[in-house]
Design a protein around this ligand. Sequence first.
Ligand code: BF8
Length: 665
Amino acid sequence: MAKKERTTQEKSRDNASRQVIDAAKEAGIELVWDRYENQQPQCKFGSEGNCCRVCAMGPCRIIPGTKRDRGICGADVDTVVARNFVRMIAAGTAAHSDHGRGVAQIFLETARGEVPGYEIKDVEKLKELAPMYDVEVEGRETKEIAIELGEKVIKEFNQAEGGLKMLERAPEKRKDLWKKLGAIPRNIDREVVEAMHRTHIGVDQDYENILLQGTRTALADGWGGSMIATELQDILFGTPGDPWRYATREANRLKANLGVLKEDKVNIIVHGHEPLLSEMIAVASRDPEMIELAKEMGASGINVAGMCCTANEILMRHGIPVAGNFLQQELAIVTGSVEMMIVDVQCVMQALSRVVHDFHTKLVTTSEKAMIREATHMPFDEEDALNSAKNLIRKAIENYPQRKGVNIPDDSEDAVAGFSHEYIKYMLGGSFRSSYWPLNSNIIDGRIRGVAGVVGCNNPAVTLDDAHVTLIEELIANDVLVVQTGCSAIAAAKAGLMEPEKALKKAGPGLRAVCEAVGIPPVLHAGACVDNSRILIALAEMVAVGQENSRLSLGNDISELPVAGAAPEWMSEKAIAIGQYFVTSGVYTVFGVKFPTLSSETVTDYLFNKYEDIYGGKWAFEPDPKKMAQMMIDHIDKKRKALGIEKSRERVLFDMDMRRGLEAE
Ligand code: BF8
């Protein structure tokens, strides 16, 4: 029997979305929440990982303790669950790393001067990264350095031998552990291919061995493909937030939520993941010729806004506003104010092509890898990027007079964003002694209790943004500094948690004092999902600081740091890849919503308990964000105790009354 339809309040925490959800209902427009309800009840076997459909003897549902406790081939529940889990890791790694490969290709073409419009913006970062790949810097032209670096990076995707250079950034102790376990990835593509091979019918049948391949694959994502994407994007487009390099401080102030759409402007939404196109759209939208054209059509200008991780990429570097996160993509169109939605790859719902039927919005796909049958496909020509971008903008402008009626919610919140690991260092230590030492020092003296990475998607199974915001509020109230990426970061920005003044009222006294002194919010936006690699680098640097100065030591490995991770509203396979590389890098990581191994007690126990002995980090599952916060705080306190820096603290319960009190201030 279908579940009872949820109220608008149960669907979304944020008011802007609620307003548009109601408008859609009145107009009879189907949204993601309706489709979620239509799919109830969902298959428990699929949810908990014991449905095997890797061959045509099946599908088999493996039910331990019954006569169906084996698949037709004889695979038991542990094998099937581990295979499904590792296939998710492989898909997630492929998505991030194929993005990384695309960036590396453009990087190389830019260095060779083959793609007019792109340039190397952060030469300093190029020179820092080059030696990691044994590229000589002294006395060489930028172009020469970049060409050699680009060629070497591209080789890492499928080289025969050599390992991943970025992985060298991990603490020595961690690398020794990976080596001992045989977990070091050989190259990026090979680990994905081998994960698919091993999980094929009749291959790897030892869940521990299957999961070890999952670790190799995930590490090839976090310390490989994703890190390559982040670092080369910074060199190409500028390192976010670093005023000494490219971006300005002003660029880091922005607004977030559907209220950023403008009634009197041509609204263009860039949605997906790759900044290669959206960077050009941002540049082209400021072209006087384009603005003039918009005026001729009766608009007062052009407004580019981002959606999902593309939003995170361009807000980090240009301060471009964010229209919303994953579950808001349809809502943006329902406002009736979007002339064009330009999509590239990942997290683009096919439903968009149905929603646009009722509106004037043009849905444009731009990647050969991701087409939608009913959308207009306008391939993005990287060799003529600026003109490609202008063509798209021109079409959007021409669409402005076709608007039928506009209903844009008022809501949008101010946010400060753009915290690359370089910028966090700069903010903490200043330009001459930029370092993580003040962070370590504040953790040691207890003003900052620990650091939490809160990341990941939205999922219609839970109230939009509620778990993200509740979790983050609990963490900062307990003096835990929060670092964010992905749609979770957008949730926090929409809730005002990245606006220093507002957010600091919700922070515990120690965290508040540090953030006020430094001038940062207690919740730091570090970018898109590939930028979780920034968090890995920051963790490695926190370890390194202590190794240079023992008084600042927080241990010799990531697993000794008082840190934790969470993805409270996850939905994508990429999130599982991210979780696995954090856990196997030593971080305790809690997921909400559901967990895809629960049907195997053995595999779940291995990931949730035994992993701690193996990797020092482990997985956990908890859908209630308050309990999740407590689990993370307990873990942080456990690590503080092990380091001998525990301080007795009373946990602050951030209840509704306190929250209301703050809102009334
Ligand atoms: O890239 S856009 S829904 S998958 S969090 Fe999740 Fe959001 Fe997708 Fe990560 Ni980013």
